[in-house]
Write a protein that binds this ligand. Structure first.
Ligand code: CO
Length: 458
């Protein structure tokens, strides 16, 4: 039986363990080897990588993608896209979403995993449609979450919507690692019984359930799973590629992966992990199992963000209080799944509620926008009192918010003028205006320096 393995070291493992600070220089040297390993796909782009390239690494994210594509011509390249949020934290216009998807595929992406933080499928439609038009593989996503309003019937209904949209496959995205082996088995079974497209499972090792959950996913008929090479696996990252392949192969699954290649790849990443552990970027704290997440449902990236936020405010001793406040804020907001950008919103609001000593004394701008309906339909009921406090007499937006957003591309292009060298540059700017512009200015300076230097040399 064929079973597909996606390697996440370049994206999710990097994001969940060390806040996406791995630079292309850290992994460029192993890409040719990864190309040969036999993975179904390598998740290498999207998520927070784009923001991190521009904000922290001084890298052009599009150039990163082109380099990966060039060195990995035979392996499918996969990215994570936040639907109408593309790779940012709020909704963008449809023209931006379409151009972004088109450029991602043009520059080398094969598979786009598309999700909406509220499981509001209206918010992934545009991206899915454009991906299919560009002959990409569109993977519709269900964000897995536990709450009094989420159950198998609801997930199956969403699965049917995803299939009807024309998606090539479906992913159950368990960003917090809270899906138990039994829940996974039942859900995969229910989905495969009701829809025809392949079902992939994505989880994290955060709570220690991940390995067992993956095994049950395989038994229930899932098409594949996401894993991370051993030195970047475990904890808030994915279960280990080598161990999963070893286990599944013994059980008769053909993962298509060359085991010897996996060792070479991991040997390459060991010193990379060591380097970031030594400089403090990769805090081993995130590697230990935290069963608290089963109660708090804090996804990998969110937990490490909360820790660093509280450390920065000299308030790490309040972590337990913030962790207890988080599910309460989530309930007040109608049980949104804790995934970007909802995880940040809920996390920041819980922190503010605790540190200010009074709940909702101050309410974040994004939380207000969410309550107004600018992120889509809230999954459940929003706390009436909170709603009133934010909205006053204003009404919640019922339609698809993106339809109220003016086209963004031409305006941005005009503003940037000669600073933008390509359509991709304009899209970087629309996604992250300040950081992209800073990046363009620095790029300009660098090339001016190189020019001066070469004139002198000549
Ligand atoms: Co993930």
């Amino acid at each position: 039986m064929k079973f597909k393995i996606t390697e996440t070291v370049l994206r999710d493992a990097n994001q969940s363990l060390m806040a996406t600070r791995m630079s292309i220089k850290d992994f460029e040297g192993i890409l040719e080897e990864m190309n040969k390993a036999g993975y179904y796909s390598v998740e290498c782009w999207g998520g927070a990588t784009f923001d991190s390239c521009l904000r922290y690494l001084g890298e052009d994210p599009w150039e990163r993608l082109r380099i990966i594509r060039k060195k990995m011509p035979d392996c499918k390249l996969q990215m994570l896209l936040r639907g109408q949020n593309i790779l940012g934290y709020h909704h963008y216009s449809d023209d931006t979403v379409r151009r972004f998807v088109r450029c991602a595929i043009k520059n080398g992406i094969d598979i786009i995993r598309i999700f909406d933080a509220l499981n509001d499928m209206r918010n992934i439609k545009t991206a899915v449609d454009e991906c299919l038009k560009c002959k990409g593989h569109a993977q519709g996503t269900i964000c897995y979450t536990l709450s009094p309003i989420d159950n198998i019937e609801k997930y199956v209904k969403t699965g049917k919507e995803i299939e009807a949209m024309g998606c090539n496959s479906l992913c159950i995205k368990d960003m917090a690692g809270i899906m138990s082996p039994k829940e996974c088995y039942d859900l995969v079974k229910a989905l495969t019984d009701n829809i025809k497209i392949p079902v992939f499972v994505h989880t994290h090792s955060t709570t220690g359930l991940g390995y067992m959950t993956y095994l049950k996913a395989a038994e229930a008929g899932a098409a594949g799973i996401d894993c991370a090479t051993s030195c970047f696996s475990g904890g808030t990252s994915q279960p280990t590629t080598e161990s999963m392949v070893y286990t599944l192969t013994q059980m008769g699954y053909d993962c298509g992966v060359k085991y010897d290649e996996l060792k070479k790849i991991n040997d390459f990443f060991v010193p990379v992990a060591k380097k970031y552990m030594e400089n403090g970027t990769f805090d081993p704290y995130v590697l230990s199992v935290k069963v608290d997440a089963l109660n708090y449902q804090i996804p990998g990236g969110m937990l490490s963000n909360l820790v660093s936020q509280l450390k920065a405010q000299n308030a790490i001793d309040r972590l337990d209080e913030v962790l207890a406040e988080t599910p309460k804020v989530r309930k007040d907001l109608g049980y949104p799944p804790l995934v970007t950008p909802m995880s940040q919103m809920v996390g920041v609001q819980a922190t503010v509620n605790v540190l200010m000593g009074e709940r909702y004394k101050s309410i974040g701008k994004e939380v207000k926008a969410y309550i107004r309906g600018e992120y889509g339909r809230a999954p459940g009921k929003i706390n009436e009192e909170l709603k009133k406090k934010v909205l006053g007499d204003e009404k919640v937006i019922e339609g698809r918010y993106a339809e109220t957003i003016e086209p963004e591309y031409e305006k941005a292009k005009k503003y940037l003028g000669s600073k933008a060298k390509s359509e991709e540059d304009v899209l970087s700017y629309i996604a992250f205006p300040q950081n992209a512009e800073k990046f363009f200015d620095e790029r300009e300076m660098k090339s001016a320096l190189v020019a001066t230097y070469s004139i002198r040399e000549a």
